[in-house]
Ligand binder design. Structure first.
Ligand code: SAM
Ligand code: SF4
Length: 349
């Protein structure tokens, strides 16, 4: 039972909603090729939830039984005042009403914030790192530099945070490096999760709503993880681990390093049946499924009835009751438009 005494929210397919991902900003200091266009038009400030609104919404979800919060973006650590929000959310860990507060970051600001994150109650971070080669890193992120990210990962480890590396599998880009990544993560003690590139948003237009026609870039980059895993098996002994969380990753133990490698395969493996999560954008839109367009406008509810918690809780419950059974992503060269028009930086991955 959540600390509020209320039973958890259960969707129409019997899934208890325990996990909220919150995008705290659509902005980022990188421009990863699979995530954003180089020229992006970001949201006007008035449309983005204030830190107070984000705190209030997270508090409401915790009241409905959410036990895990993950902050993401855009890049969460570039939002001004983000540490204040994280500290305030961390208090729910102290009261026992939240089990975990974590974030997904590109690592560029981690050296600066690692110790403060730990002090606020964060114990794990996911850091996105697709390559260990400085030139390739710059080519993928366009604006990023590898060295500060590696420094950030080191600082996180020194601060006591456990680090999971997220790596997007990109055919013809980092496919020659997967063994090095497994070896490096094994040495450093980081779990490593490979992610299939997903058809979200349009890389040719900088409109975060993404209305242009695109998609061929991702068809070229798409490397099924079944193939990646077959490549890994040439050098590493992988033993499947039992499915533990409601998350989309499937894990295997690497005998030679003792580390874990995860595979997130939205394209080839449908993980929807165990999905326990919902996603909130930085404008307060609640997406019940990463792969569907249906959303509830919680900003309108909050701004329309300031301070009225009952109305907000009722809107959240009504939205969860609409959580769909699953998604249907397709990457297909013949299909020119992405399956979902939002960029990943809008729903936060
Ligand atoms: N900026 C942070 C970061 O990069 O970790 C958090 C936000 S980012 C949108 C979250 C995750 O989504 C990253 O691991 C990123 O690699 C992944 N991602 C972005 N676009 C993607 C796409 N089209 N397909 C698969 N993963 C994607
Ligand atoms: Fe920024 Fe993360 Fe998107 Fe890269 S994947 S552009 S770091 S939000």
């Amino acid at each position: 039972m959540p600390a509020s005494g209320q039973p958890p929210l259960v969707d129409p397919f019997g899934r208890s909603i325990r996990y909220l991902r919150v995008s705290v900003t659509d902005r980022c200091d990188f421009r990863c090729v699979y995530c954003m266009a180089e020229e992006m038009t970001f949201l006007p400030k008035a449309e983005v939830l204030s830190l107070e609104e984000l705190e209030r919404l997270c508090g409401a979800f915790i009241q409905t039984g959410v036990r895990k919060l993950r902050l993401t973006g855009g890049e969460p650590l570039v939002r001004r005042g983000i540490m204040d929000l994280i500290r305030r959310l961390g208090r729910h860990l102290d009261t026992g009403s939240l089990d975990e507060l974590t974030l997904t970051t590109n690592g560029s600001q981690l050296a600066k914030y690692a110790a403060e994150l730990y002090a606020a109650g964060v114990r794990r971070v996911n850091v996105s790192l697709d390559t260990l080669d400085p030139d390739r890193f710059q080519a993928i992120t366009r604006w990023g530099k590898l060295a500060p990210v590696l420094d950030g990962i080191k600082a996180a480890k020194e601060a006591g945070l456990s680090v999971k590396i997220n790596c997007v599998a990109l055919r013809g880009v980092n496919d020659g490096e997967v063994h090095d990544l497994v070896a490096w993560c094994g040495r450093e003690g980081h779990d490593l999760t490979f992610i299939e590139v997903m058809p979200l948003g349009d890389m040719d237009s900088g409109d975060a709503g993404g209305t242009n026609q695109g998609g061929t870039v991702r068809a070229d980059q798409y490397w099924p993880l079944s193939m990646l895993r077959a490549e890994l098996a040439k050098r590493w002994t992988l033993t499947d681990l039992p499915i533990s969380t409601g998350g989309p990753a499937r894990y295997a133990r690497v005998a030679e390093t003792g580390g874990r490698v995860g595979f997130i395969t939205p394209m080839t493996h449908n993980f929807c049946e165990s999905c326990n999560r919902v996603r909130l954008t930085c404008t307060g839109m609640l997406y019940m499924c990463l792969g569907q367009d249906d959303a509830a406008d919680l900003r309108a509810v909050m701004r329309g009835a300031p301070g009225d918690d009952d109305t907000l809780l009722a809107a959240i419950k009504e939205a969860i009751a609409r959580k769909p059974k699953g998604h249907d992503f397709i990457i297909d060269r013949r299909q020119k438009a992405p399956a979902v028009s939002r960029h990943m930086s809008v729903t936060g991955g």
